[in-house]
Design a protein around this ligand. Structure first.
Ligand SMILES: Cc1ncc(COP(=O)(O)O)c(C=O)c1O
Length: 440
């Protein structure tokens, strides 16, 4: 099936349009006739790939992880030297990859964010500025610190709304910003940094979705005092669970090591730590047992050098699909700001011109076809701030722009086992499903 669809795409690429015609891209071919019966009509499924599969660990990582397990060396501080410890070496290699001075590996990005807020001096009852559009792990980390989120609106391109940020800074008096690059979307970082500097905010970047992503050539994760990455399986680096905290400030790194659960003199299994500082801080900081295991470190190390290759696959797939979808009346893929470079491991698009019922039907029919996706703003989605009841109501204020931006926003995972021929199939199925809904 892929090859038939592929040939239709090639055919389309050679079609020439007259001067008065719209710059029709991919969907122009498909709109004329539906290529087949949908599954809901009793047709055959054409999707023969698993869109939800996550990246396998590299062979080297599997070998090293097995070796750690066989040797009984699973605890982060068991290896006696920096070089023998996968986690120590992963920290060093990740810091080099990002260009930060320090990296501290932990057991999740949620833990990294919790630790970062402790380092920022957040105490129970404090207010922390954050995106209204993010994943529930972010307000949960704020809740974990017994602080209260102050939610900032989003733009229709899903980045933080900088005007609203400044308004909320002034209204709330909050001194800490925990900002997510949700699904890798990047706001105007020049404007964000102006607000951060003007108000002396402690800036924590949530880079869970922002591997290989940059603003004007500077990698995300290099803007704040601290950045937090996730290595949960859907992320750029994938190890089931895991997280990384990066910083240029030695004292922040020292505190992160201790908060994560280093005790006695085990900090000497981290690179470049000042012994005097560690001895001074050692018993001032509680250890929250948020360490990364050696097995996780082993799985992650060989994934750092492959990030460039994976990024190239993501970009090629994303651009191919974006081109196919361009111009369809029901689909809007917002363009990133010109200084932003995206990782492109997922695609978000707004469904437009459809009723709520039809949009929900689109998701249902796509799932029947084997292309699972979600709409952020419906169905008890964990990225819909109205669902975060644990916050107790006070924080869940009116955020009309965010509601508008998530209500018809679809989220498609594009993992690197997929190629451009799979993008052809995805686009074709989307067009057929929309055609069915529109003419149903
Ligand atoms: C935007 C965002 N931030 C933070 C996290 C938390 O990551 P972890 O699962 O590693 O705690 C997630 C998890 O998916 C996320 O989507």
């Amino acid at each position: 099936m892929v090859s038939i669809l592929q040939s239709r795409i090639i055919e389309w690429e050679t079609v020439e349009y007259g001067p008065n015609e719209r710059n029709i891209t991919g969907w122009g071919l498909w709109m004329s006739e539906r290529s087949r019966k949908l599954v809901v009509e009793g047709g055959e499924k054409v999707v023969d790939f698993n869109i939800k599969a996550f990246k396998p660990a590299p062979a080297q990582g599997i070998d090293d992880a097995l070796e750690s397990m066989r040797a009984g060396m699973m605890f982060r501080y068991q290896p006696k030297t920096l070089e023998e410890s996968h986690v120590s070496m992963f920290e060093k290699e990740f810091a080099e990859h990002l260009g930060s001075r320090y990296a501290v590996a932990v057991n999740s990005c949620g833990s990294a964010m919790f630790i970062a807020m402790n380092i920022a001096g957040v105490v129970p009852g404090d207010k922390v500025l954050s995106n209204a559009f993010t994943f529930t792990a972010v307000p949960s980390a704020i809740h974990h610190a017994r602080a209260h989120p102050v939610f900032v609106e989003s733009t229709d391109e899903w980045g933080l709304d900088v005007e609203d940020l400044e308004k909320k800074v002034i209204e709330s008096g909050a001194k800490v910003l925990l900002m997510s690059y949700m699904r890798g979307h990047v706001p105007d970082m020049d404007a964000v940094m102006e607000v951060v500097e003007r108000h002396g905010l402690f800036f924590i970047e949530d880079c869970a979705h922002a591997y290989m992503t940059s603003w004007d050539g500077t990698p995300l994760g290099r803007f704040g005092q601290i950045a937090c990455f996730s290595t949960q399986s859907s992320k750029g680096l994938s190890s089931g669970e895991g997280g990384i905290l990066t910083t240029d400030v030695q004292e922040y790194a020292a505190k992160a090591i201790l908060y994560a659960g280093s005790y006695e003199e085990r900090w000497n299994r981290h690179h470049d730590m000042d012994a005097e500082m560690m001895i001074r801080l050692q018993n001032e900081i509680p250890g929250y047992s948020m360490r990364m295991t050696e097995v996780t470190g082993a799985l992650l190390r060989p994934q750092i050098p492959r990030l460039h290759e994976v990024h190239a696959i993501h970009k090629s797939n994303y651009r191919h699909l974006e081109k196919l979808l361009e111009g369809h009346p029901n689909i809007l893929v917002p363009k990133p700001l010109s200084k932003a470079e995206y990782y492109c491991d997922t695609m978000q698009f707004h469904l437009q011109g459809l009723s709520r019922e039809d949009a929900d039907r689109f998701i249902e029919l796509m799932s029947m076809e084997g292309i699972g996706m979600q709409i952020f703003g419906v169905d008890r989605n964990a990225r819909d701030f109205r669902e975060w009841h644990y916050l107790g109501g006070d924080e869940v204020v009116e955020l009309p722009r965010t509601v508008q931006n998530i209500e018809f926003a679809c989220d498609l995972s594009l993992q690197p086992h997929l190629g451009t021929s799979h993008m052809d199939v995805i686009a074709s199925v989307m067009f057929d499903v929309l055609d069915y809904i529109n003419n149903g």
